[in-house]
Design a protein around this ligand. Structure first.
Ligand SMILES: CC(C)(COP(=O)(O)OP(=O)(O)OC[C@H]1O[C@@H](n2cnc3c(N)ncnc32)[C@H](O)[C@@H]1OP(=O)(O)O)[C@@H](O)C(=O)NCCC(=O)NCCS
Length: 212
């Protein structure tokens, strides 16, 4: 979803979550109750979810875009990043030792792209586990399945599958799921006008009353 004013990203995200998820639940946006309790420590920085819903969802935003992913089975995490984000200097703090070795031997001109893709994949994976940034150095995201490092306890048994998805304006985006994603249905909204989103002529309409 395109956000027309960067300072409106946060309300646009929250409004889009209510509006889109209401469509899946078949209720009014104002009745959607999103829980954000951390399953590890009880704080209010946990993965957002709707108790009792037959689906899981995840959100990410840049100043210009909000991406919301919904799955009908298992868990999902999504991340989108602006191509303008310079992340190279963070490599020592975010990559696993194996990822770092590959990064350090890559041609210099390839490194910004490698880093932004690694970041996006890590953030998507860490939104599935709920750990956030703290888990980045324990999640090897070089392959299609996340390799979890020692010492990181996951709140689920299943593998975490990664897939990069198309994003507009040179943005980079990735989605992480349990189980493996078999089909992506893309929708596109303009949400600059919070609360009164206008669809932008997208290929596929939003499903109503459930994700299947
Ligand atoms: C999850 C996290 C990496 C997202 O970073 P960000 O810079 O806000 O990036 P994004 O724009 O991509 O994502 C924002 C969305 O992530 C979601 N989110 C927040 N915390 C989350 C978590 N723990 N797991 C999954 N998703 C989370 C929210 O839906 C949020 O959007 P919203 O506030 O509009 O609903 C970051 O918030 C983080 O590290 N949180 C700390 C989690 C933590 O401390 N966990 C362990 C505690 S014991």
């Amino acid at each position: 979803m395109r956000v027309e004013h960067a300072h409106r990203t946060f309300p646009a995200s929250r409004s889009a979550q209510r509006r889109i998820l209401a469509g899946y639940l078949g209720i009014a946006p104002s009745a959607v109750q999103i829980v954000r309790t951390c399953q590890m420590c009880g704080g209010d920085h946990g993965r957002p979810r709707i108790a009792g819903a037959g689906f899981d969802y995840s959100v990410s935003h840049t100043p210009d875009w909000v991406v919301l992913a919904v799955v009908g089975e298992g868990l999902v995490g999504v991340d989108v990043e602006s191509p303008r984000r310079a992340l190279q200097s963070l490599a020592p703090h975010l990559l696993t030792p194996a990822e770092r070795a590959r990064f350090d031997t890559a041609p210099t001109e390839r490194r910004p792209d490698l880093m932004i893709r690694a970041w996006t994949r890590k953030e998507a994976a860490s939104k599935v586990t709920g750990h956030g940034l703290a888990a980045f150095t324990k999640l090897d995201v070089s392959g299609p399945i996340v390799a979890v490092g020692p010492g990181l306890r996951l709140p689920m048994d299943s593998d975490i599958h990664l897939r990069e998805i198309e994003a507009p304006g040179g943005h980079v985006a990735a989605v992480a799921t349990t189980p493996r994603l078999v089909r992506v249905v893309a929708c596109r909204d303009r949400v600059g006008d919070v609360g009164s989103a206008v669809r932008e002529g997208d290929p596929v309409d939003l499903p109503r009353g459930g994700p299947r």
